[in-house]
Design a protein around this ligand. Structure first.
Ligand SMILES: [Fe+2]
Ligand SMILES: [Fe+2]
Length: 358
């Protein structure tokens, strides 16, 4: 890690002293500040590792190194995260070897891990290994006043699944980016019914954070940056005042606001996807973006890759993107504007190209 990273870490250390909050019992914090509970906490995010098995004990080294680096950096976080979210696509082709290898690397983390499944983990055995050895496909939990929901958003239609007799053929047809033979993702009826029931227990002022792999909105269909029943899921979240959806899959920094929901994407530890080739909204149903993002350099193996940590204060999210070959970025929810805002990159005409050039 470079000098800048170390400086930032030592800053975090100092900040940690001020808000010794995190280590004090919540009630003491209330006494100290005399108003509403701080409810401040941090979790880390690692996503889209795409570990790729070659043969025997051999794996594609570059992707292994990405995941290992993220695990090491998260381990050094100070103050430490309350938990780590893994955003899906641990494996490249859903192989047992890849998932086992990934779990071995992630086992170095001394924090609880909340797992989200990606399509690369799912379409070989339809989630069998994942459910048996890693995590349920969808679930919810409460943490310091925030209700978290994990969804399996990479399901698809039965008729598409039935087309394939060979599991690897099915996997390969879902794994590509620009694949005319893939199928749009769905959350599906069963999970939406579960979600409705799960949310019914909570009042509208409970902050809700939803974790999914594919975006729960429609970004770009040709690349399956897309969830077909996204609007129906959004509607179930409609009565809550503070809703954040965080997702993997797109391997790039994208954030957005649709109605009451703020969306933030995770980066990948393996490679960045470029932004879709067009921002023409009418043709691709691309929603209005709040701010244009920096574009990753697809010819730079580490541009746009990294991990992130998320500060949650009173149910609102501040997303710190730790990019390995770019400047760190911080995107926070602006209460006045009512949508996520990048702390630095606001004026496209003044934007500094973020890539390092040789
Ligand atoms: Fe991915
Ligand atoms: Fe994915």
């Amino acid at each position: 890690m470079g000098k800048k990273g170390l400086n930032r870490r030592s800053f975090l250390k100092k900040a940690g002293v001020v808000a010794a909050a995190t280590t004090l019992p919540l009630k003491m914090v209330e006494v100290v500040y005399g108003n509403e509970p701080e409810e401040k906490f941090t979790f880390a995010v690692i996503s889209d590792a795409h570990l790729t098995h070659i043969q025997g004990t051999k794996f594609v080294r570059n992707f292994d190194e990405g995941l290992k680096r993220a695990v090491t950096e998260v381990s050094f976080m100070d103050p430490p995260p309350d938990f780590v979210v893994f955003g899906g696509d641990l494996a490249q082709l859903g192989k047992k070897e890849e998932l086992e290898h990934g779990m071995e690397i992630l086992s170095q983390l001394e924090f609880p891990i909340k797992f989200v499944i990606g399509e690369h983990d799912f379409y070989l055995d339809l989630g069998e290994y994942w459910v048996k050895n890693i995590s349920p496909l969808y679930y919810s939990f409460d943490h310091k006043g925030v209700h978290f929901v994990v969804l399996n958003s990479i399901l698809t239609y039965e008729q598409w699944i039935k087309k394939f007799k060979d599991p690897m053929e099915r996997m390969l047809n879902m794994a590509r980016l620009d694949n005319p033979h893939g199928s749009p993702f769905i959350v599906g009826e069963e999970q939406r019914a579960w979600l409705k029931k799960d949310l019914a227990k909570y009042k509208p002022d409970t902050p809700v954070i939803v974790l999914s792999h594919s975006p729960l909105y429609k970004i770009f269909k040709p690349w399956n940056f897309w969830t077909d029943d996204a609007e129906e899921v959004q509607a179930l979240l409609g009565r809550f005042k503070k809703v954040t959806v965080m997702h993997g899959h797109v391997h790039q920094i994208i954030y957005n606001q649709i109605g009451n929901i703020s969306f933030y994407a995770f980066m990948s530890t393996a490679w960045p996807w470029p932004y879709p080739p067009t921002y023409k909204q009418a043709e691709n149903n691309f929603p209005k973006m709040t701010v244009m993002m920096n574009r990753a350099d697809p010819f730079h193996e580490r541009d746009g890759t990294g991990w992130s940590y998320v500060d949650v204060l009173r149910g609102r999210v501040t997303h710190h993107y730790e990019l390995w070959e770019n400047r760190a970025r911080t995107v926070y929810y602006d209460e006045k504007l009512g949508h996520p805002v990048d702390k630095e990159y606001q004026d496209p005409s003044k934007r500094i190209p973020p890539q390092i050039h040789y």
